[in-house]
Design a protein around this ligand. Structure first.
Ligand SMILES: C[S@@+](CC[C@H](N)C(=O)[O-])C[C@H]1O[C@@H](n2cnc3c(N)ncnc32)[C@H](O)[C@@H]1O
Length: 263
């Protein structure tokens, strides 16, 4: 029976709009499973996925660092945006994850020289989503990942505009021995680089050694986990709205009472 931490005690701290929202519980559990000393994210935008990795590192007592790499200019799919996004992410990182989160405002290729080969435990590829861009990011950054390290690909189910992450990931599915795809949301691909030491972890075993039935169950579990988070978020919002209304109603009454008394 797989009953991950994300279902027991995960409350996302940074909630901003992003299609990454469907994968937060998995990100939380993955960090627990691999205890990454070095996380690198290519494509950060407003930081939903990045700060979930950071939150998971703190809450799972992982002694590591996370690098957020983005030009924070936008691209052909996000479209251009102004400095307010970067400023907000930088402030949030400073206020919540000092000593863990490091922002690198640069192009992915210019950041390469700062990382040694085999140094990255968890790489998340989420920049421009054309086939060519995803292939380039993967090819350039693959040597930086340690054997046994994990590479995530967002948007591997998105078949909109000229998105091509799905096509590149489909090719990897044909050749890579340890690879898994979550199909919900916009899709999340998970690849383990060959050559690592044996691991003894339930989530990693399910991802890379499970049979088709176990894979289906794992996919369903994370669909439910995402729905559960969303339902709880809506319930919290609703409760706050009701409380707010009550407070206003209460205030209104007491004002009336005061007025009545005075008149
Ligand atoms: C899809 S968004 C990232 C979404 C984010 N991971 C989330 O959780 O919502 C893609 C980001 O990649 C950045 N980007 C795209 N290509 C880039 C490149 N070659 N170098 C640096 N940043 C790039 C864009 O500026 C944009 O902010």
């Amino acid at each position: 029976m797989y009953f991950p931490s994300s279902l027991q005690r995960f409350e996302p701290k940074r909630m901003v709009f992003s299609t990454w929202v469907d994968h937060l519980p998995f990100a939380y559990d993955l960090v627990e499973a691999i205890s990454p000393k070095m996380v690198v994210e290519l494509g950060v935008y407003n930081g939903l996925s990045f700060f979930t990795f950071c939150q998971a590192m703190v809450e799972h007592d992982v002694d590591g660092v996370a690098y957020a790499i983005d030009c924070w200019e936008g691209d052909a799919h996000t479209e251009g945006y102004d400095d307010s996004i970067y400023n907000d992410v930088a402030t949030y990182a400073r206020d919540h994850y000092r000593g863990i989160a490091y922002l690198m405002r640069t192009y992915f290729n210019d950041a390469l020289a700062h990382f040694s080969d085999g140094s990255v435990d968890l790489l998340h590829i989420d920049g421009l989503h054309t086939y060519e861009a995803v292939k380039e990011d993967f090819t350039n950054w693959y040597p930086k990942v340690r054997p046994g390290g994990i590479i995530l690909f967002h948007d591997v189910m998105a078949r909109i505009k000229d998105f091509g992450a799905w096509k590149f990931f489909d090719e990897l599915l044909q050749t890579e021995p340890e690879i898994f795809r979550f199909n919900h949301g916009f899709g999340l691909g998970v690849l383990r680089k060959p050559g690592g030491a044996d691991t003894n972890n339930q989530l990693l075993d399910l991802l890379f050694s499970g049979n088709e039935e176990e894979h289906q169950k794992l996919r369903q579990l994370y669909v439910h986990a995402a729905h559960f988070l969303e339902a709880r978020r809506q319930a919290t919002k609703f409760k706050a709205m009701v409380a707010n209304k009550k407070a206003k109603g209460g205030q209104g009454k007491s004002t009336e009472q005061v007025n009545d008394g005075g008149g």
